[in-house]
Design a protein around this ligand. Sequence first.
Ligand code: MTE
Length: 327
Amino acid sequence: MLIRRRPSWALPESAATPESVYLSRRHLLGAGIGLLAAAGLSDGAEAAPAAGDPATDPTRDLYPAKRNPSYTLDHPITPEEVSGNYNNFYEFGSDRRNYQVADIAERMPRRPWTVKIDGLVEKPREVGIDDIIRAMALEERLYRHRCVEAWSMAVPWTGFPLKDFVAWAQPLSGAKYVRFETFVNPSVAPGQNRFIYPWPYIDGLTMAEATNELAFLVTGVYGKPAPNQYGAPLRLAVPWKYGFKSVKSIVRVSFVEERPVGLWEQVQGREYGFWANVNPAVSHPRWSQASERDIGTGERRPTLIYNGYGEQVAGLYAGLSGEKLFM
Ligand code: MTE
């Protein structure tokens, strides 16, 4: 791969716009629209809900789901207005700091949406997302979410264990990895017109990782169907790994024998690998991972090995010392 372009989320911390600045910008924009309406400068007609408005989601009756008390946090949940405006979703643009990602993502229609299940499975099939969601038992989990860029959030995800989905998909014994693939539709996702990225966004897990109790398929957040910028209608949350492993807006899940090469590994293999487990002692080639900035509170906290989930996942990596487990 000849492309050696640095992802903008790989900017040094010092280059990031402080939350207070970009949030006030968003509020000013919102207030400006309100003022125009109040001044009679809009036509006053009820706007039709946007195609991606989660309020129109056909599974909204399933929310809020019961919180699973096994997954709690020792610090506050990040406010929705912060986490929902600080998203990495390159299909919708690469500058999450100027609010375009959430706004552009909202134009993506949420339905019809199908997920193809293929590769080494009993019966390859393509299933409507609502059939998948209704076949699973939804629950809420509070998870830490750590980006490779050294910021973090605490998010109340709703969804179901990936291991339940794996069992439902009936993989064959030869399956060694699960590969996740995001949609491709440049007409709604302008970032996909940037050919420097090898779309579709893909990444993967080993079968042992995918069937670990922590691996979670997310359908909602903050007690309701997830807005598009979080990766609706189906995304991964793999909280012990850097965030780029958590593929958004999934349209295909394949059970394969070969290790998938993720989008960022294809673009910048010297910096982003397959395992990407969080480790404060292993620096990114261009910055330290020793601490992280909580984008909700603004506090800087020491980063924890496996993002604090070592008890549940460290055993997955016994005997793999030859692998680059932390990049
Ligand atoms: N999935 C897709 N399809 N496209 C992306 O650009 N970004 C990844 C991951 N999943 C990304 C993606 C990165 S780098 C991170 S940190 C997380 O999504 C961000 O998730 P969030 O926006 O919910 O915080």
